[in-house]
Each structure stands twice: as C-alpha cells, then as structure tokens.
Design a protein around this ligand. Structure first.
Ligand SMILES: *Cc1c(COP(=O)(O)O)cnc(C)c1O
Length: 400
C-alpha cells in the first residue's frame, strides 16, 4: 500500500449541492474533538437547536440535526409519522417527490400520488381535489424546492389546504432552508427536514428536522414501533433532548459526528449574523444577475418565472451542444462545477446552483464568463462580453 494524503483541488461548487464551505466553517471542523457526552458539547448542542429554530422560524422544541444526510431527514419524517395503513397524499413534480412515495410504501403506508409536470410547481387545486376525494388521508407530503428541476412550490398555501382537511404536513426543505422564505410556525408545517450542504453551506451529512407538537403527538401515540431503530425519534430524543419538557439528562444513543456539528453550528452562527431575511434576499438578488447573464447568452431557464427558485437554476442546453463536454471543460479548465439534469431532464438541462456561500458576486462573473467561453469555443456563437455586462449590470450595487 503506497497511499499519501488526499489533496483535493479547490473547486467552485455551483451545482445542486454540496455548496462551497466558508473558511470559517472549514476552520470549525478542525477544532479539537471532545467526547459526545461532554457537558461542553451538550451546551453546544443546545445552542445549535436554538440556531436551527431561528433558521426554520419555529419554536418547536423538537428541532435538531439528524446525524446523516438529507435523505435520512426524509426517512425520519416518514418512518416516524406514517403508520401501517395510513393514507398519505404525495405531490410529485420531480425526483425528490418520487422518493417521498418510496418512503411512504416502505413505512407501510398507502401513497395517493398527485403528479405535476417536471419544471412546474405543485398545483394547489389538485391537492384540494384529492383531499376531497380521500377524506381519510392523514398526511400531505411535498417538496418546497425541487432541486431536480428548480421549481418552487407554494408551501404556505399547500400547508393551509392540508390543515383544512385535517392532515399533517411533511415538507422537504433540503434546498429551501436559508435560500427561500420558509416560516414553519406561521405556515403551520408539522414536519420539515433539510440538509446541511445546500443553502447552509456546511459539510454534507447532517439533516436538520423540526416537528410540531401535533406531529410529535402522533409519533408518541403510535400503536406499532417505528420501523427504523436509528431514526426512531422516541429514542433519538433521549440523546438530543426536547422529547419531554424540561428534560436535561442526555443518554447514549449513537456517537454524534462531533466535528461536523461544530461546522453546522458555525454556519448557523453566520446565518444569524447575516439575518435569515437577508439571506433570502441575497439568493434572489444573485439569481436575477445570473439570469440576466444566461439570457444575454441566449440560454433559457426551464421553470416559468413565478415558480422559479433562486438557488437552483435549470437552464436548457442549446441544440448541438454536448452536455458532458461542457461540464467536463468547466471543471477541468475553470475548477467550476455545475450540475447535470436528473431523471426526465438528464442531458437536456444544466442545473446551476447559487446556494449559501456559493451565492456571491464573484461566482456569477466566473460562471457567466467560463460558460460563455466554453460555449463559444464549441461553436455556439454566444457574446460572452455582452453576457458579462448584463450580469454585472444586474448584480446588487453593494456586496451582500
Ligand atoms: C439534496 C436533496 C435531498 C437529499 O439530501 P442528501 O443530503 O443528498 O441525502 C432531498 N431533497 C431535496 C429536495 C434535495 O435537494
């Protein structure tokens, strides 16, 4: 065996996640590891929960990071809330809605699926019609920010409809959190999960979740045990606290990823310093500049304007241009990563992410300049100078 230290290149990450890590977050990772039951660590965990409540705009006592990626946040919600035989309405408008359906089935529930076209928001009218037709449905699940297409669904309206029909809501906010407005308490969301590596700009591998009292009551009143030992909130809560009011004692459940949690804490401190509303505004302002540059190159965004996410921009690949060639050249020549299309959109679109620390002015200029140069080189005949001018003209006046 003749291995040496792994030295990754310094890339600019403008795909569907992970996003760039701020140097402060990288520095937090390298702080000394303490025991996961050390009282000092317990204090940090409590602060981390408060910071997550700030980010989610909630007072839910059950708010914590699951020690695994966003997909495990998804499983945590479904495996705890869905009991065998429960009817769950799942709104599908991309890859991640499809995964919700899989989760319902594996938890023993019965999915009732509503399909919307890829690249469009979930249609609230269809949800209402479906709930009228299935008065025994218990849960409504949907993705706020569908990362596979760049479509943004109206969580406030969908959650309001679900509540009117007596259903709990499960909301995927993996890409939404910190990038688009998300008001868990004001909008009456019951269970929400996110991921650390998207607009929070932390290392991949952690899944913040938050459960309302109504959702928690369903979990604790289950007739059958949760089908996952690791993700069973009845057990996890003994470790993270928050299961019972005033609980302070923490007992061993699993070994928390200590240093990764330092990093999440640091990224949330940075979010609180910036202000959550300012973070939403920064994502929107940079999205408008990116859009101006892309449109000046003659490229088209897939999602209609009113349903577009700022943090994930799906762009149609021009005719005659090879998807993989462009992405490989951006990576090799500019150290720039953009995302490929997924599922039905594979080979048809690029997904350009503006998430967290990746969402800053120098990246807009790099992305438009590099993409314009590569496309030109491949004979697409775009005016890179005009595109850069359009993007720069649309950038916010001051650094955000
Ligand atoms: C990235 C993502 C996930 C999965 O998160 P992982 O950390 O990759 O497991 C789930 N839902 C959406 C909308 C995502 O963008």
């Amino acid at each position: 065996m003749n291995a040496s230290s792994f030295q990754p290149p310094v890339r600019t990450l403008m795909g569907p996640g992970p996003a760039d890590l701020h140097p402060r977050v990288l520095a937090a990772l390298s702080r000394p590891t303490v025991g996961h039951l050390d009282p000092v660590f317990g204090g940090m965990m409590d602060e981390l929960k408060d910071l997550l409540r700030y980010a989610f705009r909630t007072d839910n006592r059950l708010t914590m990071p699951v020690s695994a990626p966003g997909s495990a946040g998804m499983e945590t919600c479904f495996v705890n809330l869905v009991e065998p035989g429960d009817k769950v309405v799942v709104c599908i408008n991309g890859v991640f809605g499809g995964r919700m359906r899989e989760n319902v089935i594996r938890a023993g529930g019965e999915p009732i699926c509503i399909e919307d076209p890829w690249g469009r928001a979930v249609d609230p009218g269809k949800l209402e019609d479906t709930l009228k037709a299935h008065p025994d449905a218990k849960i409504v699940a949907f993705v706020q920010a569908e990362t596979s297409t760049g479509a943004s669904s109206d969580t406030r309206t969908l959650a309001e409809i679900a509540r009117r029909y007596g259903c709990l809501t499960i909301v995927d906010a993996v890409t939404a959190l910190a990038g688009s407005p998300l008001l868990v308490d004001d909008w009456g969301i019951d269970a929400v999960y996110s991921g650390s590596q998207k607009c929070l700009s932390c290392t991949p591998g952690l899944a913040p979740v938050s459960f309302s009292e109504r959702a928690l009551a369903k979990v604790t009143a289950r007739a059958t045990p949760v089908r996952s030992w690791f993700l069973d909130l009845n057990l996890v809560l003994g470790y993270w606290g928050g299961g019972t009011p005033g609980q302070t004692k923490r007992s061993y459940h699993h070994t928390a990823p200590v240093n990764a949690l330092y990093a999440l804490h640091e990224s949330l401190v940075m979010l609180a310093e910036e202000g959550i509303e300012q973070s939403w505004a920064r994502h929107q302002a940079h999205h408008l500049a990116l859009r101006a540059g892309l449109e000046a190159m003659g490229l088209e965004l897939v999602v209609p304007e009113a349903e577009r996410l700022p943090q994930l921009n799906a762009v149609s690949i021009p005719a005659g241009i090879d998807d993989a060639t462009v992405r490989a050249r951006l990576l090799n020549e500019y150290n720039l990563e953009i995302g490929a299309g997924l599922g039905a959109l594979a080979g048809k679109v690029w997904r350009i992410g503006l998430m967290g620390w990746s969402c800053r002015r120098e990246n807009i200029v790099l992305c438009i300049g590099a993409l314009g140069s590569v496309l030109n080189d491949l004979g697409a005949g775009v005016d890179t100078g005009a595109a850069l001018q359009a993007a720069q003209g649309a950038l916010p006046q001051a650094r955000m």
